[in-house]
Design a protein around this ligand. Structure first.
Ligand code: NAD
Length: 333
């Protein structure tokens, strides 16, 4: 039997969309160095996109299957699912810590496993009290290439990049309606992304009142069927506020008079990766209507008032980073 590692806990953070051969090797190497490996699955509870196609539960299941297949002891594995907070790094850090501590009981014998591959690995430096154990795994593999091959129906290329258990999962998922929708989205995005790296501006409106929020259902790909805020790109002669009011009027049928004068707050949402459609900066107004807000019935058939609790508790129902935008204005009201 291999020697029992002296370190108690190892933490391995990743998106694993999907887990590939290099992820597996990093995990197996970690299991030679720590007794218990805590896999932190990031980007949990977001809507399915071609960048995040699988739920955290699906990713956990397939990681467990690939590790079992490789002979790892399931008793030595733990999982934590963490949502992204693009505008609140401290919240993300606290959630990772809390999730890890739930398994370690506050032990200080915790090491962080990973590989500083580029700027996106900056977060590996955010846990100075966990000893960093860089992996020795060297591999050019990355999940973006796996997803591209997968959505281009090149399953034989995928086979060379992922362990058999992951391949089997991907084959099964390919027969679901979710796959068909994501593949259509993949193709739509490929033709939509502008060749020039122009930065676009959009305007959004969070309209709340009487414990409710005005939301619209997206009719188009990407994100067809997901909830979105009323919004649009400003016209050449339009102020951002006028644009927000026009979007509310056109997309929800709400009388603009009710909205004007109800501006409570405004904020910019500019995380570079917030949209797969290109570099899009969102300027969002919060319109806080009074208690009689519900008498202003939306007319657009895709628009509806949503109870705030429902809007906040189901981030996976929202397009792009809009669950975070809604929470920014409404989590504390
Ligand atoms: P990933 O799946 O790309 O990589 C996971 C780990 O494996 C990394 O340490 C990476 O360097 C390593 N790895 C990947 N390919 C490798 C290879 N070929 N050889 C050796 N090692 C390899 O995941 P990621 O993007 O680094 O995951 C971070 C997660 O944390 C994401 O879900 C991200 O959204 C989340 N996050 C969120 C916030 C926030 O919301 N504020 C901040 C930081 C990170």
């Amino acid at each position: 039997a291999p020697p029992i590692p002296s370190r108690a806990y190892g933490v391995y953070i990743g998106r694993f969309e999907p887990p590939h051969q290099a992820h597996l090797l990093v995990m197996l190497e970690a299991l030679e160095r720590v007794q218990t490996l805590i896999v932190v699955i990031g980007s949990a509870r977001s809507a399915r996109t071609t960048k995040n196609p699988w739920t955290a539960h699906e990713r956990q299941d397939v990681i467990e299957a690939m590790l079992a297949e490789a002979g790892a002891d399931p008793q030595r594995l733990r999982f934590v699912h963490v949502r992204d907070f693009l505008y609140d790094e401290a919240h993300w850090l606290a959630d990772v810590r809390a999730g890890v501590e739930a398994h370690t009981g506050g032990s200080r014998d915790v090491a962080l496993v990973g590989h500083i591959k580029d700027e996106s690995s900056y977060y590996l430096r955010s846990f100075p009290d966990w000893e960093f154990l860089p992996t020795h795994v060297v591999s050019p593999l990355n999940a973006t290439d796996v997803r591209r091959a997968y959505f281009e129906d090149r399953l034989s290329d995928v086979r060379g990049m992922v362990p058999p258990a992951v391949h089997a999962f991907l084959e099964g998922f390919q027969r679901t309606p979710e796959y068909a929708e994501l593949q259509a989205e993949f193709l739509a995005l490929r033709s939509a992304v502008a060749p020039a790296p122009a930065t676009r501006l959009t305007v959004g409106a969070v309209v709340s009142g009487a414990g409710q929020l005005l939301a619209v259902r997206r009719a188009e790909r990407p994100g067809r069927g997901l909830l979105t805020l009323p919004g649009d790109e400003p016209g050449p002669q339009e102020t951002l506020l006028a644009c927000a009011m026009r979007a509310v009027r056109q997309q929800t049928g709400l009388d603009t008079g009710a909205v004007l004068g109800a501006v409570r707050a405004q904020a910019i949402f500019d995380a570079p990766g917030r949209s797969q459609r290109g570099r899009i900066v969102a300027y969002v107004f919060h319109f806080a209507l009074g208690e009689d807000a519900l008498t202003a019935q939306p007319a657009g058939n895709a628009a509806a008032w949503l109870p705030l609790s429902e809007a906040l508790e189901h981030p996976e129902g929202w397009f792009e980073d809009e669950a975070e935008i809604v929470a920014h204005f409404l989590a504390k009201v």
